[in-house]
Design a protein around this ligand. Structure first.
Ligand SMILES: Nc1ncnc2c1ncn2[C@@H]1O[C@H](COP(=O)(O)OP(=O)(O)OP(=O)(O)O)[C@@H](O)[C@H]1O
Ligand SMILES: [Mg+2]
Length: 384
Protein backbone atom coordinates (compact mmCIF):
# COMPACT_ATOMS: atom_id res chain seq x y z
CA UNK A 1 0.00 0.00 0.00
CA UNK A 2 1.58 3.40 -0.91
CA UNK A 3 2.39 5.52 2.15
CA UNK A 4 2.12 9.26 1.45
CA UNK A 5 4.91 11.49 2.60
CA UNK A 6 4.24 13.08 6.06
CA UNK A 7 3.48 16.65 4.83
CA UNK A 8 1.50 15.32 1.88
CA UNK A 9 -0.38 13.06 4.30
CA UNK A 10 -1.66 15.96 6.40
CA UNK A 11 -2.48 17.92 3.24
CA UNK A 12 -4.36 14.84 1.99
CA UNK A 13 -6.09 14.24 5.33
CA UNK A 14 -7.14 17.85 5.92
CA UNK A 15 -8.37 18.45 2.36
CA UNK A 16 -11.95 19.77 2.39
CA UNK A 17 -12.84 17.35 -0.42
CA UNK A 18 -13.21 13.60 -0.05
CA UNK A 19 -10.11 12.00 -1.58
CA UNK A 20 -9.36 8.31 -1.93
CA UNK A 21 -7.44 5.82 -3.91
CA UNK A 22 -8.48 2.36 -5.05
CA UNK A 23 -6.35 -0.48 -6.29
CA UNK A 24 -6.93 -2.58 -9.42
CA UNK A 25 -8.63 -5.20 -7.22
CA UNK A 26 -11.32 -2.59 -6.44
CA UNK A 27 -10.36 -2.21 -2.77
CA UNK A 28 -9.79 1.12 -1.10
CA UNK A 29 -6.13 1.78 -0.48
CA UNK A 30 -6.37 5.30 0.95
CA UNK A 31 -9.21 7.53 2.07
CA UNK A 32 -8.93 10.89 3.81
CA UNK A 33 -10.93 12.22 6.80
CA UNK A 34 -13.51 13.97 4.63
CA UNK A 35 -14.15 10.73 2.69
CA UNK A 36 -14.83 8.93 5.99
CA UNK A 37 -17.07 11.79 7.19
CA UNK A 38 -18.95 11.93 3.90
CA UNK A 39 -19.86 8.26 4.06
CA UNK A 40 -20.21 8.18 7.87
CA UNK A 41 -17.34 5.77 8.65
CA UNK A 42 -15.04 6.04 11.70
CA UNK A 43 -11.48 7.02 10.74
CA UNK A 44 -9.65 4.25 8.92
CA UNK A 45 -12.68 1.99 8.41
CA UNK A 46 -12.89 2.56 4.69
CA UNK A 47 -9.44 1.16 4.08
CA UNK A 48 -9.46 -2.31 2.56
CA UNK A 49 -13.19 -2.26 1.66
CA UNK A 50 -14.30 -3.13 -1.89
CA UNK A 51 -15.41 0.19 -3.33
CA UNK A 52 -18.47 -1.43 -4.93
CA UNK A 53 -19.96 -1.83 -1.41
CA UNK A 54 -20.16 1.94 -1.18
CA UNK A 55 -22.34 2.42 -4.21
CA UNK A 56 -26.11 2.52 -4.07
CA UNK A 57 -27.43 -1.02 -3.86
CA UNK A 58 -29.77 -0.57 -6.80
CA UNK A 59 -29.18 -2.45 -10.06
CA UNK A 60 -28.52 0.78 -11.90
CA UNK A 61 -26.19 2.04 -9.14
CA UNK A 62 -24.06 -1.13 -9.08
CA UNK A 63 -24.00 -1.40 -12.89
CA UNK A 64 -22.76 2.17 -13.19
CA UNK A 65 -20.10 1.54 -10.52
CA UNK A 66 -18.83 -1.52 -12.42
CA UNK A 67 -18.65 0.42 -15.70
CA UNK A 68 -16.64 3.18 -14.05
CA UNK A 69 -14.33 0.67 -12.40
CA UNK A 70 -13.67 -0.92 -15.83
CA UNK A 71 -12.94 2.51 -17.23
CA UNK A 72 -10.40 3.09 -14.47
CA UNK A 73 -8.77 -0.34 -15.07
CA UNK A 74 -8.45 0.51 -18.74
CA UNK A 75 -6.47 3.57 -17.74
CA UNK A 76 -9.10 6.17 -18.56
CA UNK A 77 -10.02 9.26 -16.60
CA UNK A 78 -13.42 9.88 -15.04
CA UNK A 79 -14.54 13.47 -15.06
CA UNK A 80 -17.41 14.68 -12.91
CA UNK A 81 -19.59 11.53 -13.09
CA UNK A 82 -22.57 11.79 -10.78
CA UNK A 83 -23.22 8.68 -8.74
CA UNK A 84 -25.36 7.62 -5.87
CA UNK A 85 -23.40 6.16 -2.91
CA UNK A 86 -24.65 4.54 0.25
CA UNK A 87 -23.39 5.89 3.60
CA UNK A 88 -22.72 3.50 6.46
CA UNK A 89 -26.13 4.27 8.03
CA UNK A 90 -27.93 3.61 4.72
CA UNK A 91 -28.32 7.27 3.77
CA UNK A 92 -28.09 8.09 0.09
CA UNK A 93 -25.16 10.35 -0.78
CA UNK A 94 -24.86 11.82 -4.26
CA UNK A 95 -21.35 12.62 -5.39
CA UNK A 96 -19.56 13.96 -8.40
CA UNK A 97 -16.54 11.71 -9.03
CA UNK A 98 -13.31 12.77 -10.69
CA UNK A 99 -10.66 10.09 -10.95
CA UNK A 100 -7.40 9.53 -12.81
CA UNK A 101 -5.40 6.32 -13.02
CA UNK A 102 -1.89 6.23 -11.50
CA UNK A 103 0.51 3.89 -13.28
CA UNK A 104 3.47 1.93 -11.88
CA UNK A 105 6.96 1.98 -13.30
CA UNK A 106 6.03 -0.51 -15.98
CA UNK A 107 3.22 1.78 -17.07
CA UNK A 108 0.42 -0.49 -15.82
CA UNK A 109 -2.55 1.00 -13.98
CA UNK A 110 -1.82 0.53 -10.26
CA UNK A 111 -4.33 2.67 -8.40
CA UNK A 112 -6.65 5.61 -8.74
CA UNK A 113 -6.53 9.14 -7.46
CA UNK A 114 -10.14 10.00 -6.86
CA UNK A 115 -11.95 13.05 -5.56
CA UNK A 116 -15.60 13.06 -4.49
CA UNK A 117 -17.67 16.25 -4.27
CA UNK A 118 -20.87 15.96 -2.25
CA UNK A 119 -23.76 17.06 -4.51
CA UNK A 120 -26.57 15.56 -2.39
CA UNK A 121 -28.13 18.93 -1.53
CA UNK A 122 -28.23 19.95 -5.19
CA UNK A 123 -29.64 16.55 -6.20
CA UNK A 124 -32.36 16.81 -3.57
CA UNK A 125 -33.21 20.32 -4.74
CA UNK A 126 -33.38 18.99 -8.32
CA UNK A 127 -35.60 16.11 -7.18
CA UNK A 128 -37.86 18.50 -5.29
CA UNK A 129 -38.02 20.71 -8.34
CA UNK A 130 -38.81 17.75 -10.58
CA UNK A 131 -41.54 16.58 -8.22
CA UNK A 132 -42.94 20.11 -7.95
CA UNK A 133 -42.92 20.40 -11.74
CA UNK A 134 -44.64 17.03 -12.07
CA UNK A 135 -47.28 18.06 -9.52
CA UNK A 136 -47.76 21.30 -11.37
CA UNK A 137 -48.13 19.47 -14.68
CA UNK A 138 -50.66 17.10 -13.12
CA UNK A 139 -52.60 20.06 -11.72
CA UNK A 140 -52.53 21.81 -15.09
CA UNK A 141 -53.72 18.61 -16.79
CA UNK A 142 -56.49 18.24 -14.20
CA UNK A 143 -57.59 21.89 -14.65
CA UNK A 144 -57.49 21.42 -18.42
CA UNK A 145 -59.73 18.38 -18.12
CA UNK A 146 -62.14 20.29 -15.86
CA UNK A 147 -62.13 23.21 -18.29
CA UNK A 148 -62.84 20.92 -21.23
CA UNK A 149 -65.72 19.32 -19.29
CA UNK A 150 -67.25 22.66 -18.33
CA UNK A 151 -66.79 23.96 -21.91
CA UNK A 152 -68.64 20.91 -23.14
CA UNK A 153 -71.42 21.58 -20.61
CA UNK A 154 -71.55 25.20 -21.68
CA UNK A 155 -71.79 24.21 -25.33
CA UNK A 156 -74.58 21.79 -24.43
CA UNK A 157 -76.44 24.52 -22.51
CA UNK A 158 -75.98 26.98 -25.39
CA UNK A 159 -77.14 24.37 -27.87
CA UNK A 160 -80.19 23.65 -25.73
CA UNK A 161 -80.93 27.34 -25.24
CA UNK A 162 -80.83 28.19 -28.96
CA UNK A 163 -82.65 24.99 -29.81
CA UNK A 164 -85.25 25.82 -27.19
CA UNK A 165 -85.85 29.29 -28.63
CA UNK A 166 -86.10 27.97 -32.17
CA UNK A 167 -88.31 25.07 -31.16
CA UNK A 168 -90.56 27.33 -29.09
CA UNK A 169 -90.95 29.66 -32.08
CA UNK A 170 -91.91 26.80 -34.39
CA UNK A 171 -94.20 25.32 -31.75
CA UNK A 172 -95.98 28.65 -31.44
CA UNK A 173 -96.47 28.93 -35.21
CA UNK A 174 -97.71 25.37 -35.56
CA UNK A 175 -100.03 25.46 -32.58
CA UNK A 176 -102.79 27.45 -34.31
CA UNK A 177 -103.09 25.46 -37.55
CA UNK A 178 -103.02 22.21 -35.54
CA UNK A 179 -105.74 23.63 -33.28
CA UNK A 180 -107.80 24.49 -36.36
CA UNK A 181 -107.37 20.97 -37.85
CA UNK A 182 -108.35 19.45 -34.51
CA UNK A 183 -111.45 21.59 -34.24
CA UNK A 184 -112.54 20.92 -37.82
CA UNK A 185 -112.00 17.19 -37.46
CA UNK A 186 -113.87 17.14 -34.14
CA UNK A 187 -116.78 19.09 -35.71
CA UNK A 188 -116.86 16.74 -38.68
CA UNK A 189 -116.90 13.72 -36.37
CA UNK A 190 -119.71 15.24 -34.34
CA UNK A 191 -121.77 15.82 -37.46
CA UNK A 192 -120.82 12.48 -39.03
CA UNK A 193 -124.47 11.42 -39.10
CA UNK A 194 -125.70 14.61 -40.78
CA UNK A 195 -122.85 14.52 -43.27
CA UNK A 196 -123.52 10.86 -44.07
CA UNK A 197 -119.92 9.76 -43.29
CA UNK A 198 -119.28 6.04 -43.29
CA UNK A 199 -117.33 4.06 -40.69
CA UNK A 200 -114.00 4.39 -42.52
CA UNK A 201 -114.36 8.18 -42.59
CA UNK A 202 -115.14 8.21 -38.87
CA UNK A 203 -112.06 6.14 -38.11
CA UNK A 204 -109.92 8.44 -40.24
CA UNK A 205 -111.27 11.46 -38.35
CA UNK A 206 -110.53 9.77 -35.05
CA UNK A 207 -106.98 9.13 -36.19
CA UNK A 208 -106.63 12.77 -37.28
CA UNK A 209 -107.84 13.90 -33.85
CA UNK A 210 -105.52 11.51 -31.99
CA UNK A 211 -102.55 12.71 -34.02
CA UNK A 212 -103.45 16.39 -33.49
CA UNK A 213 -103.58 15.71 -29.78
CA UNK A 214 -100.18 14.09 -29.99
CA UNK A 215 -98.93 17.24 -31.79
CA UNK A 216 -100.34 19.38 -28.98
CA UNK A 217 -98.55 17.23 -26.44
CA UNK A 218 -95.27 17.63 -28.30
CA UNK A 219 -95.78 21.39 -28.58
CA UNK A 220 -96.54 21.63 -24.88
CA UNK A 221 -93.41 19.62 -24.13
CA UNK A 222 -91.30 21.86 -26.36
CA UNK A 223 -92.69 24.98 -24.73
CA UNK A 224 -91.97 23.53 -21.34
CA UNK A 225 -88.50 22.63 -22.48
CA UNK A 226 -87.96 26.25 -23.57
CA UNK A 227 -89.20 27.40 -20.16
CA UNK A 228 -92.39 28.92 -21.56
CA UNK A 229 -94.89 26.78 -19.66
CA UNK A 230 -95.57 28.26 -16.24
CA UNK A 231 -94.87 26.08 -13.25
CA UNK A 232 -95.84 26.64 -9.65
CA UNK A 233 -94.12 24.95 -6.76
CA UNK A 234 -95.77 23.69 -3.63
CA UNK A 235 -94.82 21.42 -0.76
CA UNK A 236 -95.58 18.00 -2.19
CA UNK A 237 -95.50 14.37 -1.20
CA UNK A 238 -93.29 12.79 -3.87
CA UNK A 239 -94.88 9.37 -3.24
CA UNK A 240 -98.27 10.81 -4.25
CA UNK A 241 -96.69 12.13 -7.46
CA UNK A 242 -95.16 8.71 -8.17
CA UNK A 243 -98.51 6.95 -7.54
CA UNK A 244 -100.28 9.33 -9.87
CA UNK A 245 -97.63 8.79 -12.60
CA UNK A 246 -98.03 5.02 -12.17
CA UNK A 247 -101.84 5.34 -12.46
CA UNK A 248 -101.36 7.27 -15.70
CA UNK A 249 -99.03 4.67 -17.16
CA UNK A 250 -100.54 1.43 -15.86
CA UNK A 251 -102.84 0.91 -18.85
CA UNK A 252 -100.01 1.64 -21.31
CA UNK A 253 -97.74 -0.80 -19.45
CA UNK A 254 -100.43 -3.51 -19.43
CA UNK A 255 -100.96 -3.13 -23.18
CA UNK A 256 -97.24 -3.80 -23.67
CA UNK A 257 -97.09 -6.69 -21.22
CA UNK A 258 -95.16 -4.87 -18.49
CA UNK A 259 -95.88 -5.09 -14.79
CA UNK A 260 -95.45 -1.94 -12.67
CA UNK A 261 -94.50 -2.20 -9.02
CA UNK A 262 -93.55 0.33 -6.41
CA UNK A 263 -91.81 0.30 -3.04
CA UNK A 264 -92.30 3.72 -1.54
CA UNK A 265 -90.65 4.78 1.70
CA UNK A 266 -93.25 6.00 4.20
CA UNK A 267 -91.02 8.71 5.74
CA UNK A 268 -90.36 11.03 2.80
CA UNK A 269 -90.10 14.72 3.62
CA UNK A 270 -92.46 16.96 1.61
CA UNK A 271 -90.55 18.77 -1.15
CA UNK A 272 -91.08 22.17 -2.69
CA UNK A 273 -91.63 21.08 -6.30
CA UNK A 274 -93.93 21.50 -9.23
CA UNK A 275 -96.01 18.30 -8.86
CA UNK A 276 -97.19 18.41 -12.49
CA UNK A 277 -93.63 18.67 -13.81
CA UNK A 278 -92.16 15.97 -11.59
CA UNK A 279 -95.10 13.75 -12.44
CA UNK A 280 -94.26 14.27 -16.09
CA UNK A 281 -90.69 13.17 -15.40
CA UNK A 282 -91.95 9.92 -13.85
CA UNK A 283 -94.40 9.38 -16.71
CA UNK A 284 -91.53 9.85 -19.21
CA UNK A 285 -89.31 7.42 -17.30
CA UNK A 286 -92.05 4.82 -16.99
CA UNK A 287 -93.06 5.11 -20.65
CA UNK A 288 -89.43 4.70 -21.71
CA UNK A 289 -89.12 1.62 -19.51
CA UNK A 290 -92.26 0.15 -21.13
CA UNK A 291 -91.02 1.06 -24.61
CA UNK A 292 -87.71 -0.71 -23.87
CA UNK A 293 -89.69 -3.98 -23.84
CA UNK A 294 -89.50 -4.50 -20.07
CA UNK A 295 -91.58 -7.12 -18.34
CA UNK A 296 -91.03 -5.73 -14.85
CA UNK A 297 -90.64 -2.11 -13.86
CA UNK A 298 -90.00 -1.16 -10.27
CA UNK A 299 -90.15 2.32 -8.75
CA UNK A 300 -88.54 2.88 -5.36
CA UNK A 301 -88.40 5.98 -3.24
CA UNK A 302 -86.27 6.74 -0.21
CA UNK A 303 -85.30 9.60 1.99
CA UNK A 304 -81.84 11.19 1.58
CA UNK A 305 -81.46 13.50 4.55
CA UNK A 306 -83.82 16.36 3.70
CA UNK A 307 -84.32 15.22 0.10
CA UNK A 308 -85.68 12.29 -1.85
CA UNK A 309 -84.17 9.67 -4.13
CA UNK A 310 -86.39 7.80 -6.55
CA UNK A 311 -85.19 4.91 -8.67
CA UNK A 312 -86.93 3.55 -11.76
CA UNK A 313 -85.54 0.15 -12.60
CA UNK A 314 -86.49 -1.94 -15.62
CA UNK A 315 -85.45 -5.25 -17.15
CA UNK A 316 -85.81 -4.04 -20.72
CA UNK A 317 -83.32 -4.03 -23.56
CA UNK A 318 -81.02 -1.50 -21.88
CA UNK A 319 -78.85 0.84 -23.88
CA UNK A 320 -75.32 1.05 -25.21
CA UNK A 321 -72.84 3.59 -23.83
CA UNK A 322 -73.33 5.57 -27.03
CA UNK A 323 -77.11 5.82 -26.47
CA UNK A 324 -76.65 6.52 -22.72
CA UNK A 325 -74.24 9.38 -23.49
CA UNK A 326 -76.83 11.02 -25.76
CA UNK A 327 -79.84 10.21 -23.60
CA UNK A 328 -80.45 13.82 -22.55
CA UNK A 329 -79.84 15.35 -25.99
CA UNK A 330 -83.01 16.94 -27.37
CA UNK A 331 -84.49 15.06 -30.34
CA UNK A 332 -82.24 12.07 -29.77
CA UNK A 333 -84.34 8.94 -30.20
CA UNK A 334 -83.87 5.36 -31.30
CA UNK A 335 -87.64 5.09 -31.75
CA UNK A 336 -88.08 7.52 -34.62
CA UNK A 337 -90.28 4.97 -36.44
CA UNK A 338 -92.13 4.07 -33.27
CA UNK A 339 -93.29 7.67 -32.83
CA UNK A 340 -90.54 8.85 -30.47
CA UNK A 341 -89.73 12.56 -30.57
CA UNK A 342 -86.57 12.24 -28.48
CA UNK A 343 -87.75 14.99 -26.14
CA UNK A 344 -88.83 12.92 -23.13
CA UNK A 345 -85.47 12.65 -21.42
CA UNK A 346 -84.19 16.11 -22.33
CA UNK A 347 -87.37 17.66 -20.94
CA UNK A 348 -87.11 15.49 -17.84
CA UNK A 349 -83.52 16.55 -17.42
CA UNK A 350 -84.50 20.21 -17.81
CA UNK A 351 -87.25 19.85 -15.21
CA UNK A 352 -85.04 18.04 -12.71
CA UNK A 353 -82.18 20.54 -13.16
CA UNK A 354 -84.61 23.42 -12.62
CA UNK A 355 -85.45 21.72 -9.30
CA UNK A 356 -81.71 21.57 -8.47
CA UNK A 357 -81.91 17.80 -8.70
CA UNK A 358 -80.00 15.21 -10.67
CA UNK A 359 -80.94 12.44 -13.06
CA UNK A 360 -78.46 9.57 -13.49
CA UNK A 361 -78.54 6.58 -15.78
CA UNK A 362 -76.98 3.15 -15.39
CA UNK A 363 -77.73 0.61 -18.08
CA UNK A 364 -76.54 -2.74 -19.35
CA UNK A 365 -77.54 -3.72 -22.88
CA UNK A 366 -79.80 -6.75 -22.78
CA UNK A 367 -80.34 -6.57 -19.02
CA UNK A 368 -82.07 -3.33 -18.16
CA UNK A 369 -81.81 0.24 -17.09
CA UNK A 370 -81.83 2.06 -13.78
CA UNK A 371 -82.59 5.75 -13.68
CA UNK A 372 -81.95 7.53 -10.39
CA UNK A 373 -83.63 10.82 -9.68
CA UNK A 374 -82.50 12.87 -6.70
CA UNK A 375 -84.32 15.94 -5.48
CA UNK A 376 -82.93 18.17 -2.76
CA UNK A 377 -84.86 19.15 0.39
CA UNK A 378 -87.21 22.13 0.48
CA UNK A 379 -85.31 25.35 0.98
CA UNK A 380 -88.41 27.32 1.97
CA UNK A 381 -89.58 26.67 5.51
CA UNK A 382 -92.79 24.67 5.75
CA UNK A 383 -95.83 26.91 6.30
CA UNK A 384 -97.16 26.60 9.85
N1 LIG B 1 -85.42 2.75 -19.92
C1 LIG B 1 -84.81 2.76 -21.11
N2 LIG B 1 -84.31 1.61 -21.63
C2 LIG B 1 -83.67 1.61 -22.82
N3 LIG B 1 -83.48 2.70 -23.59
C3 LIG B 1 -83.97 3.88 -23.14
C4 LIG B 1 -84.65 3.98 -21.88
N4 LIG B 1 -84.97 5.27 -21.69
C5 LIG B 1 -84.55 5.94 -22.78
N5 LIG B 1 -83.95 5.11 -23.66
C6 LIG B 1 -83.34 5.48 -24.95
O1 LIG B 1 -83.14 6.86 -24.98
C7 LIG B 1 -83.77 7.43 -26.11
C8 LIG B 1 -84.26 8.82 -25.77
O2 LIG B 1 -85.28 8.77 -24.81
P1 LIG B 1 -86.36 9.92 -24.76
O3 LIG B 1 -87.36 9.60 -23.74
O4 LIG B 1 -85.66 11.22 -24.68
O5 LIG B 1 -86.99 9.88 -26.22
P2 LIG B 1 -87.99 8.80 -26.80
O6 LIG B 1 -88.55 7.93 -25.74
O7 LIG B 1 -87.31 8.12 -27.92
O8 LIG B 1 -89.10 9.75 -27.39
P3 LIG B 1 -90.29 10.51 -26.55
O9 LIG B 1 -89.94 10.35 -25.10
O10 LIG B 1 -90.13 11.90 -26.98
O11 LIG B 1 -91.52 9.84 -26.95
C9 LIG B 1 -84.85 6.45 -26.48
O12 LIG B 1 -85.18 6.53 -27.86
C10 LIG B 1 -84.21 5.12 -26.12
O13 LIG B 1 -83.34 4.69 -27.13
MG1 LIG C 1 -89.36 8.79 -23.99
Amino acid sequence: MPEPHESYKSFFDDAPLACFSIGVDGRILLANRRAHELLGYPPGELIGRPVIELYADTDAGKRRARQLFERFRNGRRIDGEELEMRARDGRSVWVSLASSPIRDRRGDVARSRSILVDVTARKRAEDDLRRARQRLEEQVAERTRELAASNEKLRQVERLASLGTLAAGIAHEINNPIGAILLLAANALESAGELGLDERCRQTLEKIIANCQRCHEIIRAVRQFAGLEPSTRELTDVNAVIRSAIDWTRGYARQHGAELRCELAPDLPPLLISPAEIEQVFVNLLRNAVEAGSSRIRVRSERTGGGVRAVVEDDGRGMSDEVASRLFDPFFTTRRHGGGSGLGMSISHGIVSAHDGTLRVASTPGRGTTITLELPGATRPEPT
